[in-house]
Write a protein that binds this ligand. Structure first.
Ligand code: SF4
Length: 308
């Protein structure tokens, strides 16, 4: 009997290791597929591009570089990657970690040393959030570095959840229906900024970082408080995901399925000029429906409209 138990115990870790390896492999494949899909959907990368991959030392930027390197090996086109880290001289920033990691990867890289930390500390009163000035300074420096390195594109590690959080922040606190673009022309008009992780869930990026053992550099070295509103939104999305699986994914898909005629932006849709000219409306006659057209009416006594 004991021998049977011993054998089972000995077999268990092997099986579990196999399962873990399988899941990790699936995770890697999923990330490659989603990043490839985002690149294709938005035409993010083209023949001859020289892409500056911004590496902060956080989990997402490591994942971005890692997946882009994998995809470059398989891609039918040629493009270059150069990793760039901006050392902002925050106290206790471990400046040996990234160069050691990048040397071991064998990828071209550049470390830009700029003491934005002191500037921010000097200009922003104690206790106030420093992120907005800090990111403005960082952005300017990164554009200049991209120029100096001859890079035409700048890749950032924002993922699906960053995009959704920004979308809700803009809606709740800014009164705007606006997310974070997957691709845009930089403020100086000279570069294209791309976000190849746009379809990747933060949870997957987190797991991938753990699987790969990336040497993460903590992001609280500057002492700035995490944006409270963003933290609340993150909490809200996590709660939704637990209670209503699929809701967050649906909201994310809605960002790619916009119907301007059913919103209220008069600049986006010419409401004033529309006419009933006898042409069928391709969106269908749903003007009197209060529910989304895929949801049958459930109000007692109301007969659902026939679809189609
Ligand atoms: S957390 Fe610190 S380093 Fe990051 S943007 Fe804010 S001030 Fe800058």
């Amino acid at each position: 009997m004991n021998a049977v138990l011993d054998n089972a115990a000995a077999a268990a870790p092997t099986k579990s290791a196999e399962k873990i390896a399988l899941e990790n492999n699936k995770l890697h494949k999923r990330l490659c597929r989603l990043v490839g899909q985002a690149i294709g959907d938005f035409n993010m990368i083209e023949e001859g591009d020289k892409i500056m991959v911004c590496l902060s030392g956080g989990k997402d930027s490591y994942a971005l570089l890692d997946i882009l390197m994998t995809l470059r090996e398989r891609a039918p086109i040629n493009f270059e990657l150069i990793a760039v880290n901006l050392d902002q001289k925050q106290p206790n920033f471990p400046d040996h970690i990234l160069p050691a990691y990048l040397k071991q990867l064998g990828i071209p890289f550049h470390i830009e040393n700029q003491d934005t930390y002191s500037i921010v500390k000097r200009l922003i009163p104690e206790g106030k959030t420093t992120c907005s000035l800090c990111s403005r300074l960082r952005r300017g420096i990164l554009y200049r570095v991209a120029d100096e390195l001859g890079c035409n594109k700048i890749a950032l590690g924002h993922h699906r959840d960053d995009i959704l959080e920004t979308f809700f922040l803009n809606m709740f606190f800014g009164g705007k229906l606006k997310g974070m673009p997957a691709k845009l022309v930089s403020d100086d008009g000279k570069h294209m900024v791309i976000r190849p992780l746009a379809y990747v869930k933060e949870e997957d990026s987190e797991r991938y970082a753990a699987v790969k053992g990336f040497p993460i550099i903590p992001c609280d070295l500057c002492g700035s408080q995490e944006n409270l509103q963003r933290k609340q939104i993150k909490g809200l999305m996590r709660e939704w995901e637990k209670k209503f699986p699929g809701r967050v994914e649906n909201i994310f898909s809605s960002l790619s399925t916009v119907v301007p005629s059913h919103l209220m932006d008069r600049d986006l849709f010419g409401f004033k000029d529309i006419k009933a000219d006898g042409q069928a409306n391709p969106l269908g006659d749903i003007a009197f429906d209060e529910e989304p057209c895929s949801t049958p009416a459930t109000v007692p006594g109301v007969i659902p409209l026939q679809q189609g």
